[in-house]
Design a protein around this ligand. Structure first.
Ligand code: B12
Length: 139
């Protein structure tokens, strides 16, 4: 497997497809989300960054605008916005993307158990492992 820096040097940015990412509704924390976006971009994905305080329907709209996108990442740093992560996963599934688009979640209060509970496809604790998982999900 190529390392991120090898992919940059070989000009393979964007070759693994698109990755939509955002911080969920009600949450303004974006330092971790930005690090995840940076690592995933370096791994070879084209990042579509929806920013912070992103309502569930905006994730769905972004998927409609990018029908070739197979991965979504959603970040939450507050225990009070963990519910918004669930709403985001539910909205993406309700939009007809269940099984077609993989949803990764993360943020300080998030656990694998919570990811399983809300039906997310993957959880990773940091940006490096997020990039590795993203590659794995499209391989
Ligand atoms: C910086 C910060 C802020 C900044 C945010 C600036 C910014 N542009 O992001 C400001 C000052 C704006 C802020 C505001 C608030 N904050 Co604040 N904030 C923090 C702080 C100190 C650091 C967060 C951070 O950036 N960590 C560093 C990054 C690199 O780590 P990370 O975010 O966890 O991300 C990593 C992983 O989680 C993972 N990851 C993250 N996202 C994703 C996504 C995916 C898909 C994947 C796979 C992985 C992944 O990978 C990342 C990189 O390795 C934390 C305390 C802490 N130590 O965590 C409190 C903290 C998160 N904040 C807290 C609170 C309460 C607030 C406020 C409500 C305060 C207030 N009363 O106004 C507001 C909320 C505003 C809002 N509506 O969002 C609490 C949350 C408590 C809780 N249990 O919910 C914390 C824990 C502080 C505390 N101990 O009380 N905050």
């Amino acid at each position: 497997m190529l390392k991120s820096c090898d992919r940059i040097l070989q000009g393979s940015l964007g070759k693994l497809g698109k990755y939509i990412i955002g911080t969920v509704a009600g949450d303004l924390h974006d330092i971790g989300k930005n690090l995840v976006a940076l690592m995933i971009e370096s791994a070879g994905f084209e990042i579509i960054d929806l920013g912070v305080d992103v309502p569930p329907e905006k994730f769905v709209d972004a998927l409609k605008e990018n029908p070739d996108c197979k991965l979504v990442g959603a970040s939450a740093l507050l225990t009070t916005t963990m519910e918004a992560l669930k709403n985001t996963v539910d909205a993406i599934h309700a939009g007809g993307y269940k099984g077609k688009v993989k949803i990764m979640i993360g943020g300080a209060p998030i656990t694998q158990e919570f990811a399983d509970q809300i039906g997310a496809d993957a959880y990773t604790p940091d940006a490096g492992s997020a990039a590795t998982k993203a590659i794995e999900l499209v391989s």
